[in-house]
Design a protein around this ligand. Sequence first.
Ligand SMILES: NC(=O)c1ccc[n+]([C@@H]2O[C@H](COP(=O)([O-])OP(=O)(O)OC[C@H]3O[C@@H](n4cnc5c(N)ncnc54)[C@H](O)[C@@H]3O)[C@@H](O)[C@H]2O)c1
Length: 258
Amino acid sequence: MTKKVGVAGCGALGTIVCKALQKGLTGYEFVGVSDLTTPDFGVPNLSFDELASVSDMVVECLPAKVVPELAKAVFAQDKDLLMISACAYLLYPEIDEMVKESKGRLLVTSGALSGLDAVSALQCASIDSAIIASTKQPKGFKGAPFIKQMGINIDEIVEKTLIFKGNAFDAAKAFPANVNVAATLSMAGIGPEKTQVEVWADPNVAGNTHEITVKGGSSTIISRVENQPDPSNPKSSMLAGYSVVAALKKMNEQIAVI
Ligand SMILES: NC(=O)c1ccc[n+]([C@@H]2O[C@H](COP(=O)([O-])OP(=O)(O)OC[C@H]3O[C@@H](n4cnc5c(N)ncnc54)[C@H](O)[C@@H]3O)[C@@H](O)[C@H]2O)c1
């Protein structure tokens, strides 16, 4: 059965998803978008309520602070939400309450991270520790609450510098647009309190790098990904957009690696 899908947020990542849907993804009908601008993907630009009403599943590619409003519209109508802004799930506990009162599902994509397949498998046995180290160019952290609170001048960072160390909860508050990968790892693994996060700024790094080390009874998982930042938003990696497209494909394919 064809699933009707809408996209909320047509910035750097949403555009990747919209282009794939516009080109055609087997099993999906692209029914609409919701954005503050007027994106031209051949489908109507709707309010969150309208988008949820015409969709079976809504793909979220919004700033984290807008996600609760979308989640409210989607879950009140018992629809599914495919989420990219995993930080929003940690920052706004009301999203969890909304899902639990709904028949809809909350699905989070792997985003810019690698190795989550193995983390999910190990989680079925036991995980003792989970650490993620994320490294970006200093400009990728511009506007982050932690940078403002600590009065850090990112233009003065001339070598690789550890700018934050803490758990995934505190990391989400400090860098809501940068540590979605840490939030996703915490959801797949041992939760936000136990997941340790390091945020590094490095003026000499070309892309956005994430390295996870997850240890459990039967395995040690070490995975590292080096991503190209999206040209229109250096905070985001293009791989995160492709992860949504891959998730949509997997949910529909007769033969899939899941
Ligand atoms: N999970 C991951 O690995 C990962 C990786 C990168 C980015 N992200 C997250 O994905 C999200 C999208 O990232 P992006 O780079 O595409 O951001 P972006 O800023 O390029 O795009 C956001 C879009 O949302 C739209 N928007 C904002 N407020 C809106 C509202 N009230 N109603 C409708 N539209 C609204 C904007 O117009 C814009 O087009 C961000 O939260 C980002 O932190 C997640």
